[in-house]
Design a protein around this ligand. Structure first.
Ligand SMILES: [Zn+2]
Ligand SMILES: [Zn+2]
Length: 479
């Protein structure tokens, strides 16, 4: 079954709340435009712009109402942007809001015109006095002419420095176990635990870091996982991964980690979907769009580029990490090891601008040339900065995985109001952690231009992933 969600950036949220939550304690309304972000299981409406009322567009008395000319103007604007229409109003109570009889009548009347004019279903939203949101989408009833039915969204997400989510308790109930999670709940309270248990987490790459992230999250009570990785477990993975054993060799990493999550879980209701594809393939890419937060536990440039794209185009924050181990020339001695964790997305510096991958290498990888020595020597003009480094040990991965989960906690809980801790770098030889909060995207950063455009960037970042396909073929033959 398809689920629905709404997403908006923090600036849009602030402007909407400033207009809708009035100082004189009256309800208010406005329109907005939206575009879509279409995953496998979830359709998200991303709010793209606000259409504030002008003089004479509405009556603010106890029950706010609008004039037909305001609706018509809003429709014209949505049409010209080739986007959908959102109708928003406020209530004077807090939390997720239900609809009054008048609300239902108003939106039922608007739904056919909005759909006919824009080809997008009408979205209705209500803001509570505390800034919490609720939302529904009006879909055409195919059996009855000009009839539209409302489908409640399961969540409304706001991504500013902090990720704030209002959950629909009816569709996405909190899940926790007071006995198993006693110490966790006593650390940050039941409300936080309830919200964490409803976040949809994507883990891309189930190697050393990704497998440990999965273990930490399942113990902590997270309950929704999408695991994306095409690889299979090999003997060489066992010294660096959590939840993988000799008996798993030859099995897919996603299935292995799914079983491990189910074993470690303290939540009574766990949903884990395993996706044996690369994030660079359309199957993996679309699954990622169903997530609220994604862990980037990959070390290649193309998947990093795809995840960076998702963070901006689809407004889904991505937590990325990387480890660099330096050894001497005859591979006999460790010289140094450093790892860093950071969160990218709206109003934060992107993975390309912070040097986590190079576009030219992502293109080489996409075209199958990154590991091709003949290509490299044939075109010496291209400097291949990327060399896959396999050196790593479990304690390094463990520390990085923990840092990445801490980035999530800052982003979502914002302890003492701090949601953005910047890029964190740990230097093993010095035993020192550095923090850099000054990083910003460069002036010409492409990702700034596609922020919040969802399905309509006009760019396709996924493609054919030869290695992923061949591994799946080999696994099918063996099984
Ligand atoms: Zn209302
Ligand atoms: Zn950038």
């Amino acid at each position: 079954m398809k689920t629905y969600s709404i997403n908006m950036n923090g600036d849009v949220h602030d402007e909407l709340i400033k207009h809708l939550i009035r100082n004189d304690h009256q309800e208010d309304l406005c329109f907005a435009t939206y575009t879509t972000s279409t995953g496998v299981d979830r359709l998200t409406g991303i709010i793209t712009g606000i259409i504030l009322p002008e003089e004479g567009d509405r009556n603010v008395h106890r029950n706010v109402g609008f004039m037909p000319k305001y609706f018509e103007r809003a429709i014209r604007i949505a049409r010209s942007k080739k986007q959908g229409l959102v109708f928003l109003h406020s209530h004077l109570t807090s939390g997720w809001q239900n609809m009054s009889k008048d609300d239902v009548i108003a939106e039922t009347r608007m739904a056919p015109t909005a759909f006919a004019a824009t080809s997008f279903p009408l979205i209705g939203m209500t803001a509570g006095i505390d800034g919490a949101w609720s939302a529904r989408i009006w879909l055409k009833n195919l059996n009855v002419k000009r009839s539209y039915e409302k489908y409640w969204c399961e969540s409304v997400r706001v991504i500013g420095k902090k990720l704030s989510v209002t959950f629909n308790d009816d569709l996405l109930a909190p899940t926790f176990d007071i006995e198993q999670q006693l110490r966790t709940i006593s650390a940050w309270g039941r409300t936080t635990q309830e919200d964490l248990s409803r976040l949809k987490i994507g883990i891309v790459g189930l190697g050393s870091v990704g497998s440990i992230v999965a273990e930490i999250l399942s113990r902590t009570g997270f309950s929704y996982f999408k695991l994306i990785d095409f690889d299979i477990v090999e003997l060489k993975n066992l010294d660096r991964c959590s939840g993988m054993f000799k008996s798993d060799v030859g099995k897919s990493k996603v299935l292995t980690i799914k079983e491990s999550i189910l074993r470690s879980a303290t939540s009574p209701n766990i949903t884990v979907k395993e996706i044996p594809f690369s994030i660079c393939e359309v199957e993996g890419y679309l699954e990622a769009l169903d997530c609220d937060i994604i862990f980037s536990c990959v070390d290649r440039p193309w998947p990093r580029q795809v995840l960076n794209f998702i963070a901006y185009a689809h407004l889904i924050p991505v937590i990325d990490g990387g480890i660099l181990v330096r050894i001497n020339s005859d591979n006999s001695r460790l010289i140094g090891a450093d790892w860093k964790a950071q969160t990218v997305g709206f109003k934060r510096a992107c993975l390309e601008c912070t040097g986590q991958y190079k576009t030219e290498n992502a293109i080489l990888e996409k075209n199958g040339f990154l590991d091709d020595p003949s290509y490299m020597s044939a075109d010496s003009g291209i400097e291949l900065a990327f060399k896959e480094s396999h050196e790593n040990v479990f304690p390094f991965s463990m520390n990085l995985a923990s840092l990445e989960v801490l980035q999530l906690l800052n982003l979502f809980i914002a302890p003492s109001g701090i949601a953005d801790v910047g890029q964190q770098m740990f230097h093993f030889t010095l035993g020192r952690m550095d923090q850099d909060k000054t990083k910003v995207c460069c002036e010409e950063c492409y990702f700034k231009t596609i922020t919040g455009m969802g399905d309509y960037t006009g760019v396709q970042v996924h493609g054919i992933h030869v290695l992923s396909e061949s591994i799946r073929r080999a696994t099918q033959i063996n099984s």
